[in-house]
Design a protein. Sequence first.
Lengths: 428, 325
Amino acid sequence: MNDDRQETPQPAEGTLPRRSLLKAAGVAAAGLAGFPYVQAQEKITLRYLGTAVNQDKKIAERFEADTGIKIQYVAVTTDDVTKRAVTAPNSFDLIDTEYFSLRKIIPTGNLLGIDTKRIKNADKITTLFTKGEVGGKKVGDQGTAPKKVMYLEKPDAKSFASAPTQYMTLIPTVYNADTLGIRPDLIKRPIESWKELLNPEFKGKAAILNIPSIGIMDAAMVVESMGLYKYPDKGNMTKKEIDLTIKALIDAKKAGQFRALWKDFNESVNLMAAGEVVIQSMWSPAVTAVRTKGIDCVFQPLKEGYRAWAAGFGVPKTLSGKKADAAYEFINWFLDGWAGAYLNRQGYYSAVLETAKAKMEAYEWAYWMEGKPATADIKSPNGDLLAKAGASRDGGSYETRMGGIACWNALMDENVYMVQKWNEFVAA
Amino acid sequence: MRIEASAVTPPAGSVAVGASSAVDAPARALPAPPRRAVRRRIAWLQAAPLTAVFVVFFLVPLALIAMVSFWRATDYELIPAFTAQSYLDIFAGCGSGDGSCVMLSTYLSTLKFSLLTWAITALLGFAVAYFLAFHVRSTLMQTVLFIVCTVPFWTSNVIRMISWIPLLGRNGLINEALLATGLVQQPQEWLLFSDFSVVLAFVHLYTMFMIVPIFNSMMRIDRSLIEAARDNGATPWQTVLHVIAPLSKTGLLIGSIFVIALVMGDFVTVGVMGGQQIASVGKVIQVQANVLQFPAAAANAIGLLAVVLLMIVALTRLVDLRKEL
């Protein structure tokens, strides 16, 4: 479905006639609206490449109101963000991508390390990214944990630095820990373990994510919880381990365990809301979306822990001058609190907690970040009711939830083989 | 893929028509006919723009795809090489009998869907076109009914497909009706995310591509032939079978090319209606391109192209399209 969106028209760098045409169109539009010509010409527009989930209209509007810099969203799928970063680095000015993609992007040299001296709140970025710790305690680092791919020795380095340096690959935007989503009204019993995804009790009513890099991690959590195998590193399997994991999936598929696989956020919402599926891999905003329809849906914490993911801003190598300054301005603005508070209210976590806290009401902070029962109704940034007073958040506080990370979305060394085997699972 | 195919074809046709009328115009305008060599040169010049468009936007990209299909790739770069590995991978695991012959069986499953869809849309399309051409008398009514046929195209492809879920789903309308009438005790799960639902969606999407060309052929049938058939004592069925069907075969052929090409290249419908659990070659190509395995994707694209071309060649063997048109 997102594939339709990837055709978002955008001015290609270097195609002069088209650019001037667009400019002319812009001038015409500005003229109609009564703005002076000069202003229209000086306005900087940043092309922001990312997935639709992170591209909130209100954030762009607020930033433009604060700074006069326009954000043009280019929404594509997770895979396409990587593909563009590798094949078309001139097609964006700012990239919002997942950390695991960096293992594909950085070796191409298409991204430039971000100079932390120019990022005001760089030293306040949560320790989860810089050290892999939450509240002073180490969390699981199987898979592509951000701390492994966070730093570069030089801005144009093509491999990662092992210790913190001045240059960051990505400045984190949002991150979260994912688990299974369930329909408690249809399951009618407590769910405590990842192994329930392949429990024959839910035959024909389960679903798993069809993005290989992420789906394989969910599958690995299931395999481990079923006691089939204990991986030395789920995030970097050997061919044998991949075979074993995919075999478990294929066996389940042949037995009719899965109602569907899903690839797009909206698909997972539809499957769950329509009752086609009662247990599946899910993303937190999808659970929220099901709930805003008035349907009971829980993002169930499980005893084996969470599969975490994180995304961040990167800057392409080709960016320079005023546009580069604008990109840094946007990143600084993003870490300054308003956007962080906005994201926290959607159930994500923001990179600099301190500034976000300042922009949130005390009762909101207590509900979202401290895991305390809400003292007032909790609303989404759009004003939809998310939780009534007295309810508390799935998974508890920030520290319990992020402290419970078992693994991260990953790009394995055997990625090519894994994708090939994953295709076998889809075709089986 | 679908959108490109349908969008490219009509302009190509209309350009050709424009070009041929352009050939006539200057010839008539000139006082004396130019010498043969000059005229030939002008003809080449007139064909040049379309040729250039084809070369730049069709032949060159195709050649690039063919070239890349022999390259190698890592996670982040393409390595120029000359290896047939990507082609061999299509047959990987075949003959071992352990069910790992994935690519080839994906080709077969795609072929199965296109043949099923082709058979059903051909029958339906023929029936609907026959009704429109021979049973509806007034042109106004024909136009109105034609517009009714296009109603499914008024919404986006994806919306149309998603809207099957509330109809065919476990708690959908059909299941609720079946349960209410007591015909079944349990909701029928094969209605959705199955081969059935994939073919159903294809038929719903593509029957129109059959109706239009068949209708067009039927409208060009000389009505006196039908009278002659009747005068000679043919039953209505015999007329359809021996007069109308043979004379509609160009339309049937054009429709078949559309439907087969569209179904073979599809990667959205199979995904959505099959619950992402049914593989198709188009889907595999998409996944491979998404994970930057361009050589593998290119090899499959060439493979798919070859299969579709073979089918079209086979079809044109049955009907000489140029002669009939």
